[in-house]
Design a protein around this ligand. Structure first.
Ligand code: SF4
Length: 64
């Protein structure tokens, strides 16, 4: 599984790193920082949670 974050539409709500802190973090402005582009199996649930909960639909998960 791979995950992408479109930083052009991320507005920094912080839902991703609040709900899935092992996969997403934040920069100084509160925007998303992706920690693992290639998602380890144990973090796949966090990737899907991030995708579902991003208000801007900035997160895209692709199953390998
Ligand atoms: S939830 Fe979406 S808009 Fe909010 S910080 Fe994460 S990627 Fe950006």
């Amino acid at each position: 599984m791979r995950v992408r974050v479109d930083l052009a539409v991320c507005t920094g709500h912080g839902r991703c790193y609040s709900l899935s802190p092992d996969l997403f973090s934040a920069d100084d402005a509160g925007h998303c920082v992706l920690l693992h582009e290639d998602v380890p199996p144990e973090l796949e649930d966090q990737a899907r949670t991030g995708e579902r909960n991003c208000p801007e639909q900035a997160i895209t998960v692709e199953d390998a």
